[in-house]
Design a protein around this ligand. Structure first.
Ligand SMILES: Cc1ncc(COP(=O)(O)O)c(C=O)c1O
Length: 450
């Protein structure tokens, strides 16, 4: 009855897995936000280093992880795979439940898996500062951490509602040397425009991305770094699934279902993409994305070309979207408040390889508390979506009297999310209705791409 399934330092994967190599149809081209024509990779040079642009469009299956990145990964990777014996017992389920725990990174989530290589490639390109957005603060912390390893400066535009909900995340970013600005702000033209129109806005990831992109594009020593969505971010995260495959082999098990919460899609991609190959090759395995019902991108959005940000500064990608000016309700899983989803996640969802479900926040917090009271770890509110879905799968296995192997990504811990737990335990947490009218209004302003 093994509980922790551990790999050694030398077993950290040496390559990232690029799912684009195994897709059955070509990814849709990325379009320029001004011309609506396919982007020339050179157009991206004002905000990204060449090495990351190359990864963004690569169809090579395996991409080598630089030695410098591996050395830093080694501080916490390989991350443990746990068998949730105590949760299984509480649920009286015949299912095997496994979770890959990414909260062991210094920042407390999976996000440094991409922050470290992004900082590394920018440092190699001679960049001095990185500008970025953050929702709940996990990505901002991860980039501040990564930049502190490589001696880069960090500017973080933090979604205002999270800035107010999670003050200690701000302190942590500052501790690692970042400047943190609540978004929308007076620092950028995009922020000033949004504040002018909606002075009381909660902010959104779409708005914060606009500010960070504008900051990077207008300073020659500064680049932009994104914590999710993009192909190269999903690529970097695949160390999670590659390790999990090896760890499951050690206990002679294989998942029937792989579950991840989904904001832009990077932690789900990280765990699930290495299993996509098996699925394409005929293996019976389900891959499940779980999103909040207040921001139901993959379950209620359109599969269409849209901007990645509110101010329409980013390239246009084909993805599931709720519309670039949809502002999701201020739920406590701030990292899941994004109007779009990664292009690769969206394509796989569209092709039926990934399934999606949307859950309300109270049910997710209930699952998180049950998890904390059995397994002990306090999950990030984002990760609680994966936990709820895993519990539901395990209960279904019990009701059907079937053994089933469930693998989910515990993408981060919730040590800085106590105000959300306080609200949940005090009965103060609201379940927002599906914001159908706002989504319809926002979808009406999608770019008209032929
Ligand atoms: C702990 C955690 N999990 C998940 C997410 C969602 O992002 P993604 O869908 O890119 O994994 C976030 C985003 O901030 C996060 O902090």
């Amino acid at each position: 009855m093994q509980t922790k399934i551990l790999l050694q330092d030398h077993q950290i994967p040496k390559h990232w897995y690029n799912v684009a190599a195994d897709l059955t149809s070509s990814p849709a081209p990325i379009l320029h936000p001004g011309t609506l024509l396919p982007v020339d990779p050179d157009d991206l040079r004002s905000i990204f280093p060449l090495s990351l642009i190359e990864q963004e469009v690569s169809r090579e299956r395996w991409i080598e992880i630089p030695e410098e990145v591996l050395k830093i990964y080694q501080l916490w990777r390989p991350s443990p795979l746990y068998r949730a014996h105590r949760l299984e017992a509480a649920l009286k389920t015949p299912a095997h439940i496994y979770y890959k725990y990414e909260g062991v990174s210094p920042a407390g989530s999976h996000k440094p898996n991409s922050a470290i290589p992004q900082a590394y490639y920018n440092k190699m390109a001679g960049i001095k500062r990185l500008a970025t957005e953050t929702g709940a603060g996990q990505w901002g912390c991860s980039l501040a951490l990564a930049n502190s390893y490589f001696g880069l400066e960090t500017t973080v535009y933090m979604v205002r509602v999270s800035y107010n909900q999670k003050p200690y995340r701000k302190n942590l970013m500052e501790l690692w040397g970042a400047q943190v600005i609540p978004s929308p702000s007076q620092h950028t033209a995009a922020g000033r425009r949004i504040l002018n129109e909606s002075p009381e806005t909660t902010g959104s990831l779409g708005m914060a991305i606009s500010e960070a992109v504008e900051d990077a594009a207008s300073h020659s020593d500064t680049n932009y770094a994104l914590g999710s969505v993009l192909n190269h971010v999903c690529l970097h995260q695949t160390v999670i699934g590659l390790e999990a495959i090896e760890q499951l082999k050690m206990v002679s098990d294989y998942p029937d279902v792989v579950i991840g919460c989904c904001g832009g899609g990077s932690n789900l991609a990280g765990l699930a993409f290495p299993f996509v190959r098996d699925k394409i090759n005929g293996k019976q395995i389900r891959l499940l994305a779980v999103e909040p019902s207040s921001c139901p991108t993959l379950t209620k959005g359109s599969y269409a070309y849209d901007y990645g940000d509110t101010a329409k500064l980013t390239p246009i990608t084909k993805m599931y979207t709720l519309g670039h000016d949809f502002v999701p309700p201020g739920i406590h899983a701030g990292g899941l408040r994004y109007h779009g989803a990664g292009a690769l996640i969206s394509q796989l969802r569209h092709e039926g390889i990934i399934e999606a479900a949307a859950l309300p926040q109270n049910a997710c917090f209930e699952g998180a508390v049950q998890f904390a009271r059995t397994e002990g770890i306090v999950p990030a509110p984002e990760s609680s979506h994966a936990i709820r879905a895993a519990i539901d799968e395990a209960v279904k296995a019990r009701e059907e009297g079937k053994q089933r192997t469930i693998l989910f990504n515990l993408s981060g811990h919730g040590h800085f999310d106590m105000s959300s737990y306080e609200a949940y335990l005090g009965g103060q947490l609201e379940d927002y209705a599906y914001p159908e009218e706002n989504i319809a209004a926002s979808l009406a302003s999608l770019p008209r791409v032929k």
